[in-house]
Write a protein that binds this ligand. Sequence first.
Ligand code: 2IT
Length: 446
Amino acid sequence: MNVSKIMADLERKHPGESEYLQAVREVLESIEEVYNQHPEFEKAKIVERIVEPDRIFTFRVTWVDDQGEVQTNLGYRVQFNSAIGPYKGGIRFHKAVNPSMLKFLGFEQTFKNALTTLPMGGGKGGSDFDPVGKSPAEIMRFCQAFMTELWQNIGVDTDIPAGDVGCGGREIGFLNGMYQKLARKYHTGVLTGKGMTWGGSILRPEATGFGALYFTEHMLKKANKSLRGARIAISGFGNVAWGAATKATELGAKVIALSGPDGVCLNPEGMTPEKLAFMLELRASNKNVVAPFAEKFPDATFIPGKKAWSVPCDIALPCAFQNELNGDDAAELLKNGTWCVAEVSNMGCTPEAIHAFQQAGILFAPGKAVNAGGVATSGLEMTQNCMHLSWAGAEVDEKLHFIMQSIHEACVKYGQQPDGHIDYVKGANIAGFMKVAEAMLEQGII
Ligand code: 2IT
């Protein structure tokens, strides 16, 4: 494999798709050496096949807003790779959604899902619908219109969507209700992230953040470090940030910063149950601002226009959006003595930031390993739905623990470097890639 040549071909075929090209380049650079030791991969053109989605559905979503005005958005479902199981991945509602963003997410999802140990292929979907400032009724009408187009392309053993940025439990409810009405199929396992009374898994809302902290715990343990007393800066205040803040606090760390698009809240005293509960209120308000957190809690201070990475911390957890931590942010964190960065958002760090962390020799782990507990718990939800039963929270948590430990072990196995340190980026990419590549190889040229 020649990474430059493959990237040049992709850039010609998909001009301007910067997130997608960035995600592909990162994986190819990681796997190049191992790939070249497998002539059978080269012969079956595995790389050329794995970088392109199997198919993409694009559709128009038209709905009526509260003023009676007709609104039109674009909807997508990217079915990326089904070599190890049905397509599985979230739905993102955000104004910047476009094919490049969903292709990067679907590509990442393919390897992430492979890491979970569960039989799930990779997919992603979404819309350029902007939930900010929308009323609950508008959200419902939009979700219903979105599903009116999508329903024929998903199903319990073909493609199982879930939530992502801008699409939480409430939205999954509206989507599932409309799916059942249109399809007249009532299996509970067509979407994951459902409510507890209609097939949801206890712990799915917490799972991405909890899993991220379990992974971080393993990474720290391996490096003879601990979460206890560590100061953690978190970006975002949505579902993922909430889960991470909850588990970090439970494990004895102090969450000293939370951020939003409007700025950062310094929180030197750490989290309390009231503060954690308020994060959920903030997300549900659809205003996309974090400042009210400091208005509500007097020990917190809001600094407008600043990122979480401006706050001195031991551990940084990006929990919001891709490329939210850039080279300048990395330099600031390193200057302030940060010694661990675990990406919880998908591709939260730019290549420059990752390079800076690796050069500095601090602990760094990529999103597809750190945040895989979310989709893994979706996989557990699917299992329960297919068995028509529901596990207790403790059972799901134990399985999530075990999965995160397995992912960490896979990263160590494939990422161990001759000098003894562990390259978690390489480890996650090689482990995920090898599984999908072998599955593709064994199933022929299709
Ligand atoms: O990025 C992700 O892994 C998710 N948004 C969760 C996907 C899922 O199917 O639970």
